[in-house]
Design a binder for this molecule. Structure first.
Ligand code: NAP
Length: 282
């Protein structure tokens, strides 16, 4: 397939590389010029998208997706009937639905397909896609989902993937906050961190989040797998969606303060696991 891949960050770069490896004809674009071996590099999103069957986006946030699609050199003029735009960024569900409508004016299809699996999942093609969009569009994308991941969960219509994704990240942030606070308290009480992790991993408290993060935390390796600034972005998307729905998320409001303090402490570009350091100093 002819694929334009837009956004070569922690997640986008390995996804584009896996599409190349699978034999697809890939053209890449990134705001800060970057390349992927075996892919053509375009100077603008519009140039990358021209003639593509699928345009796949993975950029930081809602305004970045808007810029890539509808900015001065964005994808919009290259949209054609039958073209599919897939957005794997985590963004506001409401904005995602708006983007889908605007893309459909040109006869193209739009699918929100945020992911879970983080850096290791992207590199090892073990992502889970959380998808909103039409069934027949998903069917056309199936060979590509298979190259990039291990599972596709079709949640519903446009925006539903983003709604499920931000809600699952609420749990990720809350689980990690529990882990961080338990480690800090047990450490103060004299329990070695390795023993605490051994206990967690041997009990019903264990989770995918602690499985992924525990080793990094024990080594105090804050290299970004999921940058803290992006988890804070997601926390704000959750709080914004909750406000729109007139519900309260009391634990999340407290967690937002921890992440803001972590940013103030200089951890924005570190992994969100670095919030352990912030909790320790609060
Ligand atoms: P990242 O490494 O920070 O990469 C962000 C990408 O977005 C870069 O290519 C960046 O370009 C681009 N970008 C930022 N602002 C832009 C703008 N205004 N216009 C155009 N491009 C812009 O982030 P990531 O970890 O790959 O995450 C990408 C998306 O996936 C985010 O929505 C994130 O929440 C989501 N996600 C991440 C993970 C994870 O574990 N990392 C897991 C699931 C979902 P430059 O190179 O020029 O800065």
């Amino acid at each position: 397939m002819k694929i334009a891949y837009l956004g070569l960050g922690i997640m986008g770069r390995p996804m584009a590389a896996n599409l190349v490896k699978a034999g697809h004809e890939v053209t890449v674009w990134n705001r800060t010029p970057k390349s992927v071996p075996g892919a053509r590099t375009a100077a603008t999103p519009a140039e990358a998208a021209t003639g593509a069957e699928v345009v796949w986006i993975c950029v930081a946030d809602t305004s970045a997706v808007e810029r890539v699609l509808f900015g001065a050199d964005g994808v919009e003029p290259a949209l054609r009937p039958g073209m599919i735009v897939v957005d794997s960024s985590t963004i506001a569900p409401r904005a995602s639905r708006r983007f889908a409508e605007r893309v459909s004016v040109k006869g193209a299809e739009f699918v929100d397909a945020p992911v879970t699996g983080s850096k290791i999942g992207a590199e090892s093609a073990q992502l889970v896609f959380i998808v909103g969009g039409a069934e027949k569009t998903l069917a056309a994308l199936d060979p590509l989902f298979k190259v990039l991941g291990k599972k596709v969960i079709h949640v519903g219509e446009n925006g539903a993937g983003e709604s499920a994704k931000i809600s699952m990240n609420l749990m990720a942030a809350a689980i990690f906050e529990g882990f961080a606070e338990a480690l800090v308290l047990s450490g103060k009480l004299g329990v070695p961190a390795e023993k605490m992790v051994e206990l967690i991993e041997s009990s019903m408290i264990r989770s995918g989040v602690t499985d992924y993060k525990a080793g990094f935390v024990l080594r105090r390796d804050w290299t970004a797998n999921f940058p803290l600034r992006l988890m804070l972005k997601d926390i704000r998307l959750m709080l914004e969606a909750a406000a729109e729905e007139k519900i309260s998320l009391p634990a999340l409001k407290e967690i937002e303060k921890v992440y803001q303090k972590a940013v103030d402490d200089g951890h924005a570009d570190h992994d969100y696991a670095a919030t352990v350091e912030t909790v320790r100093n609060m």
